[in-house]
Design a protein around this ligand. Sequence first.
Ligand SMILES: *Cc1c(COP(=O)(O)O)cnc(C)c1O
Length: 425
Amino acid sequence: MNYQRFFEEAIDQLHAERRYRVFADLERIAGKFPRAIWRSNGRAQEITVWCSNDYLGMGQHPDVIAAMQAAAGGMGTGAGGTRNISGTNHPLVELELELADLHGKEAGLVFTSGFVSNEAGISTIARLLPNCLILSDELNHASMIEGIRRSGAEKKIFRHNDVAHLESLLQSAGRERAKLIVFESVYSMDGDIAPIEAIANLADKYNAMTYIDEVHAVGMYGPHGGGITEQEGLVDRIDIIEGTLAKAFGTLGGYITGPRAVIDAVRSYAPGFIFTTALPPAIAAATTTSIRHLKSSQVERDAQKRQAGRTKQVLADAGLPVMDSATHIVPVLVGEPELCKMASDRLLGVHGIYIQPINYPTVPRGTERLRITPTPFHDDALIDGLRDALVETWDALGIPYGSTGRPAVTESERIIPLLVPKSGG
Ligand SMILES: *Cc1c(COP(=O)(O)O)cnc(C)c1O
């Protein structure tokens, strides 16, 4: 066995499939978000980021930065161990209470990332339930798919947001069997929203548990930032609400909230929680500050909504193929992987605009796109500049205008992305 060659060939295969990824070397500038320094070929230049998941710019909020600095100054950097060994740093106790309150749930549990919270939460709940059947939306995130796999439970995939299909699967399982319905509120690549109430109704009818990933909604939707479940008044209809601290809240970590007994069981049985060091106190303190701010301040949510709406309008008015989206996510269709990569490279190199290309397997082939996430800090002038840069890029590369909406995608193509880990939206 030539080990070296083996790994080189694994990489070559990605190159051959045009799926090899190169990360931009970026340095975010606190106080100037969404500006960042881009380093390439020994040069450093300031650019504008248009695809950040720091959706509200909370990662540079002065109060959040101050909370992190104060906690690090007062309590040091690391947590000092797993919670089993070192106990729980007080800022983490406060954070979990804050999260339970945010979602109107009895308890919350924090993990080192949203990925881990899904992997550990779903796998532990489904493993503890006897003969559990998991019903999973076909476009669920890679972290949920990992949790489903690790649970060892039987799984059935329902077509994206298709409640009739979900009902037929629930029906054939019967009321008596343990069932866990796993889905997201906002799907991050298309920006569409799940029919949460209809799914909750089915869960009641067939006696199933529900688990929702609100990663792309917490902080941004609902009067306190409790997500789509808060916005639609459905918090009590869903058993487990999962979220991340790393997107709209601007720091790092993930969590689940729900009934005390379920959360306590995950705390007590999940290896991905037990055998790993807790989040540093400074991150917990900064996050609590961020959540509290967004609970009472509507300014960021309103501004994001306005700027996302304006971006969609301005790009569509220029004839650019903006895809349908019910949320803050603005996908612009390219429809071909090489062109998508070239468009991204040209935007950065020529226009100083960073937008990561989204290609297969993150999205189905033929729907390759630029995924734009306007924040409150992308002002009108930046939006107009984006439009001009996109139009220049579309013209220079001969990318088709006009065909808005989603191209028809075959069933098998929509299933394949589930089998390959996504890049992490
Ligand atoms: C980003 C993402 C996660 C993972 O959250 P992290 O905190 O980044 O690990 C989970 N679910 C969805 C839908 C995501 O897009």
